[in-house]
Design a protein around this ligand. Structure first.
Ligand code: ADE
Ligand code: ZN
Length: 330
């Protein structure tokens, strides 16, 4: 049994396993430029974030109907549950679907159908976070927020993802202000490939409550001190960082130094179908490569619930934290 944990950095489109991609391609009559799942997996050799994003957006062509999004989400939740995930805050990229003629209503209805039965079927509580693509315009982000308005009952917050360098957070000041006015929570990818200044900007300009990745904060001691003081959660994704070459090898991942610095770190899987592992796979990998003690792993699991958007149900949070504290490592 895996330690109970929350997953706070998970792109639902990044859970599209090759087998499901081919099944959906057949169901929807979509031709894929790969002969089979082996050939597709062969393409998962990324040199950086952009090389991954090209494949990630391309493979989304198979996601067309409400059923597709429901099946994708159900498959993720089953895998997550088997890896100890008790609560998941799931990202999705509406613009990547709208641009292909798949409306946000179809996407949210499909995701929502799987989320509605998640607690009963998988024992996983869930929330949905819509991300803006930062390499698209601020106007497009604002239009997307507008299109999401009929669905805000299902969406807890907004995020910012896609190609980071050259697309600083400040570009999205107005849309984040509009999101805040609608009562939405705010997170943003920052410091994955981009500089520490993007993390500072995400906090100051966007009002980000959590930083997704935040890896490069270590280059700015004043920023680290601020993140520690203000208890700003960082949603780290160790296997992703290796696959996208943000770090050379897992043994050199700065997670231990970040924990030692007092940062509120969490461990997540990002795009598990592409990066070689789900939530517990990431926990196991950092344990093995970085020699983290069981108490450090417990701290990471506890942090994940402390950082979750569970303010509407503090009893649930307390229950999850108690499960973490009671967990006995094998
Ligand atoms: N979209 C999906 N995964 C991402 C990542 N790791 N960084 C930025 N955008 C993403
Ligand atoms: Zn991500």
């Amino acid at each position: 049994m895996s330690i109970p944990k929350a997953e706070l950095h998970l792109h639902i489109e990044g859970t599209l396993e090759p087998e499901l991609a081919f099944a959906l391609a057949a169901r929807n009559g979509v031709a894929l430029p790969y002969a089979d799942t082996d050939e597709l997996r062969e393409a998962y050799r990324f040199s950086d974030l952009q090389s991954f994003l090209n494949l990630y957006y391309g493979l989304m062509a198979v996601l067309r109907t409400e059923d597709d999004f429901a099946d994708l989400t159900d498959a993720y939740l089953a895998r997550a549950a088997a890896q100890g995930v008790r609560h998941a805050e799931i990202f999705f990229d509406p613009q990547a679907h709208i641009s292909r003629g798949v409306g946000i209503g179809t996407v949210v209805a499909g995701l929502g159908r799987a989320l509605d039965r998640s607690e009963a079927v998988h024992g996983v509580s869930t929330q949905l976070i819509m991300c803006f693509l930062r390499d698209e315009s601020a106007e497009s982000a604002m239009e997307t927020l507008e299109a999401a308005k009929p669905h805000l009952g299902r969406i807890v917050g907004v995020g910012l993802d896609s190609a980071e360098v050259g697309h600083p957070p400040a570009k999205f000041r107005e849309v984040y202000e509009a999101a805040a006015a609608l009562g939405l929570r705010r997170v943003a990818h920052a410091g994955e490939e981009g500089p520490p200044a993007y993390i500072t900007e995400a906090l100051d300009v966007l009002g980000a409550e959590r930083i997704d990745h935040g890896l490069r904060c270590l280059e700015d001691p004043e920023l680290v001190a601020r993140l520690v003081r203000d208890r700003v959660p960082l949603t780290l994704c160790p296997l992703s960082n290796v696959r996208l070459r943000a770090v050379d090898v897992l043994a050199e991942h700065p997670l231990p130094a970040m924990l030692d610095a007092g940062l509120l770190c969490t461990v997540n899987s990002d795009d598990p179908a592409y990066f070689g592992g789900y939530a517990e796979d990431n926990f196991r990998a950092v344990r093995a490569a970085l020699g983290l003690s069981p108490e450090r792993l417990r701290e990471l699991a506890r942090n994940s619930f402390l950082a979750a958007f569970l303010e509407h149900d503090e009893e649930r949070r307390a229950r999850y934290v108690a499960e973490v504290d009671a967990y006995e490592f094998p």
